[in-house]
Every structure is written in C-alpha cells, then in structure tokens.
Design a protein around this ligand. Structure first.
Ligand code: AMP
Length: 513
C-alpha cells in the first residue's frame, strides 16, 4: 500500500483545514495540498520519470518540500533527501550512487549543484521550485495514486558516511507506514489542535514524522526563515499553540538559553521531540526546569528511521522517582512494534547492566543498503539490524546508550566511554559544550582528548577540569589533554561531528607520545 494514503485519509476527513503554513500565513489546505501533489505527480512524467525511479530533493525547509515528497510517493517514485550543506563531491556521489534522474532544488543552490555534477556521468535534471518552470510541471488533472508495493523503496536515506562512502538506507513504504503508526502510538495525542514546527532540516529523517502529523489532521508550520531560530519560533508557538517540534540536543539547549525564552507562553508548547545525538542530563534538567515536562526523547537511526526507543513525557516528569537521573540519562524503552536486544559478539543476549551492541527488529528496519549487498549483509543479521551503538538495558527495560562502537576509546585495553567523560565535564559551570575523542597513542593504543567550548566570561581552565575528573572518575578515563575551541563542528541539525574532530586531531599531529 502506498504511504501516500497515510496522508490521504486526512484529506477526506479535513479537506478545508489548513495543512501547511509558511510562518503565520496559510499555504495549503489538506484538499489543495492533495490536489497540487497529485497534479505534480502527473506532471513528473514530463521529466521521463517512471515508477521506481529516484528523485533527489536538495533545498532548505519550505512548504514545497512537502508537496514534492507527496507528489513523488503518489507517482510511485523514491525520494533521495540531500542535505543542502553537503560538499559538491558528497552530493554528486549521492546523486550518482542513487541514479537519481531529477533533483528538486532552489535557484540559490542550482548553480552549485550543476557545477558539482558537471564532471559526473549522471544525467540528473535540475528543477528549481522557486522559478516559473516549476509551475509549468503541474498537469491540469491530478493523477490517481500509484498502487505501490509495500516493499517498494520510498525514501533512500544516505547515512553520514563516517567510515568510507555514505550508504543509502533503503526505506520502503511499509517502513514509513509503521514509522508513522508507531509515532502516533507512542508520542502522545496528536490531533487537529497540534501544530508541528518544521525547524530541523527537512533532509533529516525527522521530516518523515510530518506525515504522521498530517494523518491526524495536525498542521505543519515552516518558519519564514526555514531554519531554527528561537526568536522566530517563540511567536509562532504563542500564536498557534499545541506546538511540537523535533530538535537535536544542541538545538534544545539553544532554545532554552535563548534571550527570548522569557516571552514563551509555556503552555502553548506541547512537546519538544529531541534526539539524534546524546543529550546530557544537566541540559535535560535545565530544559525541564524552564519548560516543565514537555520533552519526549527519540532514539533512532536512518536504518530504522526515528524508531528504536523513546523516553516518554511521563518519565521526564517523574522527578521524585529514586532513579530519576538514571532514567533521564537513558533513551527509554523500546518503541511499539520494535524488538530490542543488547548482545555480545556472538549475538547472545546480555543480562541487565551489561554493555553490548544494540540490535533491533521490526517493520521500520530498512530493506538493506542501496546497491551494496556487502554492507547490507554486515548490518542485517538474521532479520536483526546491528545499530553499531553500544548500551545496556536495566531491569525496567530502559536502554542507556554508551556510545557508537566507533567512538568507544580503548586505552591500554580498557574501555572509555566518551559520553561518560563528557557528561561529567559538562557538569562544570564554565563548560558550554564538550566532546571527547580518542587519539592514537604509541603505548596505550588510544588516549582521550577533550575539545571544550567555555561559556562567555569563563576562562579556559584545564586544571579545574582535570580536578573534576579526578574527584569523580577512574584516573585512566580522564582526558590527557584539553583543547579549548570557540565552536565544535556540527552537522546541519546540530549533531557534533566526531569524525571532524578526529580529522582536526590528525591535522594537528595529535599522536600523544
Ligand atoms: P543518524 O542515522 O544520522 O540519525 O544517526 C543515528 C545515530 O545517532 C544513532 O545510531 C545513535 O548513535 C545516535 N542517536 C540517535 N538518537 C540518539 C539519542 N536519543 N541519544 C543518543 N544518541 C542518539
């Protein structure tokens, strides 16, 4: 069954309600969005696109993004979302590897895209949705939604490619249906009073939750700037109410610390859905103090989009529970429909408290990697997806992540989990942000190095940070060096890029003797 129908039900139920807003301005009703999407779907034949073909989208957030996504699904095409900030070499690889025949973009990006693709064998037609040609693509009559197979690819999501080339996680219509249904089941009531703000890049998997919102008759609001700016978001939240948005942990922090936060009418904010990277307990507590229990944590990855585990609003609220802080440090319980295990290297389930690799099974798990049977065989084992994340389960069934297996530091044969060290350093009042990585060491294999951003008005003080570690943690885990920087490298939704930090360390010749 085509994933488009997930949205189609809402069109029948609420045809004249506004489905999309640009800022405070209504952009489309459910009925007009449906008609435009299916007229565009019919027009895509002019680009010689046929069912199963891939279509890239590379642009910032805007309402047309949603229209194009829906049109592609209606026509039985597979979407390849591309982060608008990728380097030309990177987006050219994604377009070539996916075989995308067309790419929807905006005029501000088109020249770079064309230049990036000039040396490539790919014959990808560029369409700018902010130029008159776009309107010409719309056929006079909407087409009937293609009867796609559940196993057809609907979303080809390229992972960040931290080791080697990016890989395309093949997400099917079935995966998207179960992702949406699971979100509706677990994320608390979504209804016609809900307004979802699209503030994380729409190229990120979290955009897929948009369909779950539309399914329940909720409206989606794209800020005029298309980006994440608390000064712009807060008036929108106050105006619409029932507001929800997805944010990476660094964005939650920015939101809570923004100078405008005092103007937020807190009850108008329904929920911040956060995830995509670790949120430190000190930051979660600060957000809870400011916003009340309006937080819902999500743990997922491109290979099972947005769907592995969650920490509910209730658990965020239960501050009198004896294990409140441990619970906050966890990523919560398995999502509805997801089987989750922590296993050793032989795939044997480990008892509560023991750290191993997290593996998951369920209807949201990808079909495999696009055109890469070797990587698929490595990631999928007997129906289970190996997440590459390390963690442990507790007796309540709550999962705590330690780190990505590739971020784990092994020093002198002992495991150091950077997250644990970061969590501790973050508790120092002068520390704004911190990331710990392993750098090669001649004798110990690896040694931890901390990259630290201090709050304004706090001077860098490695001795004080060293003392925090010595007072609270085994000696061998403490960073052997502190590098104070103005900013940490982040991707376009605010996730700290440890690969980049490792590259900084390599460039600086950071092999500790
Ligand atoms: P991506 O596929 O780029 O979304 O990255 C997925 C990875 O981000 C996961 O495998 C985890 O390592 C990390 N991640 C996602 N959600 C969380 C979370 N709530 N807490 C900590 N790490 C997370």
């Amino acid at each position: 069954m085509n994933f488009y129908h997930c949205f189609g039900h809402a069109v029948t139920a609420w045809p004249s309600r506004t489905a999309l807003y640009t800022g405070q301005r209504p952009h489309a009703t459910f009925a007009s969005l449906d008609t435009r999407a299916r007229r565009l779907a019919a027009g895509l034949a002019r680009l010689r696109l046929a069912r199963g073909d891939r279509v890239a989208i590379m642009m910032g957030n805007r309402c047309e993004y949603t229209e194009i996504m829906l049109a592609c699904w209606a026509a039985g095409l597979c979407i390849v979302p591309i982060n608008a900030k990728l380097h030309p070499r990177e987006f050219a690889f994604v377009i070539e590897n996916s075989g995308a025949k067309a790419c929807f973009t905006t005029s501000s990006l088109a020249a770079d895209l064309a230049a990036g693709l000039s040396g490539s064998a790919s014959r990808c037609e560029l369409v700018c949705c902010d130029l008159p040609d776009y309107a010409l693509l719309f056929a006079p009559e909407p087409m009937a939604v293609v009867d796609a197979d559940f196993t057809d690819c609907a979303w080809l999501f390229y992972t960040s490619g931290t080791t080697g080339r990016p890989k395309g996680a093949t997400i099917t219509h079935r995966n998207l249906w179960f992702m949406s249904l699971g979100y509706i089941a677990d994320a608390g009531p979504i209804d016609t009073r809900t307004h979802a703000l699209m503030v994380a890049p729409q190229s990120h998997a979290a955009v897929l939750l948009l369909v779950a919102y539309l399914t329940r008759g909720a409206a989606c609001v794209v800020p005029e700037s298309g980006g994440f700016d608390p000064a712009e978001m807060i008036p929108l939240i106050n105006r619409f109410g029932g507001a929800r948005f997805f944010a990476a942990p660094t964005m939650v922090k920015r939101f809570v610390e923004s100078p405008e936060i005092g103007t937020l009418e807190v009850p108008r904010l329904d929920t911040i859905v956060y995830g995509g990277g670790p949120m430190y307990v000190s930051d979660t507590r600060r957000a809870l103090d400011t916003l009340g229990p309006r937080l819902w944590q999500i743990y997922g990855q491109g290979e099972t989009p947005c769907t592995i585990s969650y920490l509910s609003r209730e658990l965020h609220a239960a501050s009198d529970h004896p294990r409140f802080l441990e619970r906050l440090a966890s990523v919560g319980m398995a999502r509805t429909g997801i089987a989750l295990r922590v296993v050793d290297e032989e795939f044997r389930p480990l008892p509560p408290g023991e750290v191993g690799e997290i593996i998951v099974r369920g209807e949201t798990v990808m079909r495999g990697y696009w055109d890469n049977p070797q990587a698929s065989a490595q990631a999928l084992h007997d129906g289970w997806l190996k997440t590459g994340d390390l963690g442990f389960l507790d007796r309540e069934g709550l999962l705590t992540l330690k780190d990505r297996s590739k971020d784990l530091i092994i020093s002198g044969g002992s495991n150091i989990y950077p997250r644990e060290v970061e969590e501790l350093l973050q508790s120092h009042p002068g520390v704004r942000e911190v990331a710990v990585i392993g750098v090669p060491h001649a004798e110990w294999g690896e040694e931890p190095v901390a990259y630290v951003v201090m709050h304004d008005g706090h001077a860098p003080d490695a001795t004080a940070l060293e003392q925090v570690c010595l007072d609270n943690m085994a000696r061998f885990k403490r960073p052997k060096r502190y590098v104070f920087v103005a900013e940490l490298p982040k991707n376009n939704y605010g996730k700290i890029l440890k690969t980049e930090l490792r590259a900084w360390a390599t460039q600086a010749g950071d092999t500790l003797a």
